[in-house]
Design a protein around this ligand. Structure first.
Ligand SMILES: [Zn+2]
Ligand SMILES: [Zn+2]
Length: 337
């Protein structure tokens, strides 16, 4: 079987492997669709700091079961799976927060991922695909990142949520916040992405941070109250630091994006708001199931996000183009069949 291996930054090669050997407790999958994520692109361009090479990328996966002994699952059944392998022993796991397990192994990051014809997964991580199409199943993971952030924030109906950054994770967060009943405001510096929000996602409150003062804009939209919840999906230090000022009293700030430096904010400003600051990492089975339910009910439409498609044998040639912000890609998927 064939895999696409990221040999080192800037270099992708197809490799032939032995078929993975099926064992009890595992499920052999034939991969059908792979979503390409910012993580994959950063691994390729070398900007992922703690990444080891060579590595098979890919953690946004739709598949079909080849062989399993998992109860309730059948051969040929469409599935997706939780690509975050957890220990089930640590403090976080014992609290059910398997998303931030102390020894978490993320497929395609810490261990090899699914940019392969076949993939072997512990059966406990599988989720039934139900009536969802391969495109949808491949997008469950990125939407779940947004769903988890929204669940962390415990957003209430009609609260104002400001999402900073209209990349795939920011868009997923905005959509899941909308599903939760929030009034969403999106801020970004990229007019193409804001146009996507306006035209495809029918969002009303859009702030282009290069053209308007975001603080003024959100004050206007919220009639002075400011946003109840702020989600950062930029991973940009100055955007993160600035957004502390946009928070309502009793507000919450959820860091979904990640950057490497220390963040800084005014203690008195934070204190007088009795604000809550939290991070949001990956997602849990509960988030995956919520997203799949929203897809089945057509509350979200993953098809809107797929702007680029390629066949598995085109990945080597086309992957690098995805790094060019000028091509306006929101989400690219690899079709295996
Ligand atoms: Zn991803
Ligand atoms: Zn753990």
């Amino acid at each position: 079987m064939k895999s696409m291996v990221c040999i080192k930054p800037g270099s992708m090669e197809y490799k032939e492997h032995e078929m993975p050997e099926w064992k009890k407790g595992l499920t052999l999958l034939r991969i059908t669709r792979i979503g390409i994520c910012g993580t994959d692109l950063h691994a390729f361009d070398g900007s992922q700091p703690y990444f080891n090479y060579p590595r098979i990328l890919g953690h946004e996966l739709a598949a079909e079961i080849v062989k399993t002994d998992a109860e309730g699952f059948a051969e040929k059944e469409p599935v997706t799976f939780l690509p975050y392998f957890y220990c089930d022993q640590c403090t976080a796991c014992k609290k059910g927060k398997t998303n931030c397990c102390a020894s978490l192994k993320v497929c395609g990051v810490h261990i090899d991922g699914g940019m392969s014809e076949y993939f072997l997964v512990p059966s406990g991580y599988l989720l039934h695909g139900g009536s969802l199409a391969a495109d949808e199943l491949a997008l469950v993971e990125p939407f779940s990142i947004g769903a988890h952030a929204v669940r962390r924030a415990e957003i209430a109906r009609n609260e104002f949520a400001l999402v900073m950054g209209a990349g795939p994770i920011g868009l997923a967060t905005a959509e899941m916040a909308r599903v939760a009943g929030a009034q969403v405001i999106m801020a970004d510096v990229n007019e193409r992405r804001l146009k996507f929000c306006r035209e495809k996602l029918k969002m009303d409150h859009l702030a282009n941070a290069t053209a308007v003062d975001v603080e003024e804009y959100v004050r206007d939209v919220t009639q002075g109250a400011m946003p109840d919840v702020i989600f950062d999906a930029t991973g940009n230090l100055s955007a993160i630091n600035n957004a502390f000022r946009y928070m309502a009293h009793a507000g919450k700030y959820v860091l979904v994006g990640l950057q490497k430096k220390e963040i800084g904010f005014s203690h008195p400003e934070f204190h007088k708001r009795e604000a809550t600051l939290m991070s949001s990492r990956n997602a849990t089975r509960q988030d995956f199931m919520h997203v799949m339910d929203c897809m089945e009910k057509k509350l979200i439409n993953p098809g809107d996000y797929i702007t680029n498609r390629m066949k598995f044998n085109e990945v080597k040639d086309k992957f690098e183009n995805l790094l060019d912000p000028g091509n306006g890609a929101i989400k690219a998927v690899v079709e295996m069949d």
